[in-house]
Design a protein around this ligand. Structure first.
Ligand SMILES: [Zn+2]
Length: 312
């Protein structure tokens, strides 16, 4: 994978396709992506409809596709808490559902035992009627776009594109990471795409194009530094900041806790400053599409840099 090929692939990141998929998953035809919401007259819940859309796309790109079933509950809503944090744990008597981790895999040609994971949670908030555009239809469509562009490209290492669920309980990335460890998978890097381009109203109004790469372990810190170098090397133009999280968390944290420390969160701001966080107003019209596109370019180039040279 030479530099020119990475440059060519960066230019092929398709903003219009990202936009179309974003609106598909967070407005029309899917208002939400949750197990406890089924559109009137539909047979499947909105999260299963999103799963079917992703399966159709990923298989059309030529990937080996798998589903992994995980039992989950919807999260309870506690209106006494501040709006962004109105979730509270489900109770034992609440209904159980089957959620699916979706996997699209390709095998590397030189070091197939080394696996690069790109993960994003595809579900919207189960306790509130939020379209979850920034959280996290953007990461979902970003992951899909990276998968599309890598489908035809031979890579040295194996790739796993994972679409999980983090707005139901428990997070299904925990099962994904623990099962990978049990199988003995050699995961060399994890890129968690969540909230790409999402930031404070002030930063959005100022037109800033921001990207934070958050890590919790030294291996993640090296990966975050590499992401910053990739942003410069390929003139992607994001304001990039590495950020040390106090503890592993989110879907990257599930991998860290399972024994895969080279895991980072790619996000528009951290601490997360989106004014629509976990609100009904997290709609795709508010998404900074140009920022998302640049962050997808950075994710793609970073994953390919690890593929070329190994984990930093
Ligand atoms: Zn999220």
């Amino acid at each position: 994978m030479n530099r020119e090929l990475i440059c060519r692939l960066i230019r092929q990141v398709d903003s219009q396709r990202i936009r179309d998929n974003l609106f598909y998953l967070s407005k029309d035809p899917l208002p939400y992506r949750k197990l406890n919401y089924t559109s009137a007259g539909h047979e499947k819940c909105s999260l299963y409809e999103a799963d079917d859309f992703l399966e159709e796309q990923l298989t059309s790109f030529g990937y080996r596709f798998e589903r992994e079933a995980v039992a989950v509950q919807a999260v309870r809503c506690d209106p006494s808490k501040p709006k962004a944090h109105q979730y509270s744990p489900p109770l034992p008597e609440d209904p159980w559902y089957t959620a699916f981790n979706l996997y699209a895999r390709k095998t590397g040609c030189a070091s197939p035992e080394e696996i690069i994971v790109v993960v994003s949670h595809k579900d919207s908030q189960s306790w509130v009627d939020s379209p979850g555009a920034n959280d996290n239809a953007v990461g979902t469509v970003g992951n899909l776009e990276i998968a599309r562009l890598l489908a035809e490209v031979p890579t040295k290492r194996s790739f796993c594109f994972l679409f999980c669920n983090e707005e139901h309980s428990p997070w299904t990335s925990v099962a994904a990471a623990n099962n990978a460890k049990e199988r003995g998978d050699n995961i060399v890097a994890v890129f968690n795409l969540d909230g790409l381009g999402a930031k404070s109203r002030e930063d959005q109004d100022a037109g800033r194009k921001t990207h934070v790469t958050a890590f919790s372990m030294p291996e993640g810190e090296r990966l975050a530094c590499m992401v910053g170098e990739v942003n410069d090397r390929y003139s992607i133009g994001l304001e990039h900041s590495p950020y040390q999280r106090p503890h592993p968390n989110d879907d990257d944290g599930s991998f860290v806790k399972a024994g895969y420390p080279a895991a980072v969160l790619m996000i528009g701001s951290f601490p997360y400053a989106d004014p629509n966080y976990h609100c009904e107003t997290d709609t795709p019209e508010y998404t900074d599409l140009q920022n998302v596109t640049m962050s997808v370019q950075l994710g793609l180039a970073s994953a390919l840099t690890v593929d070329e040279a190994g984990a930093p």
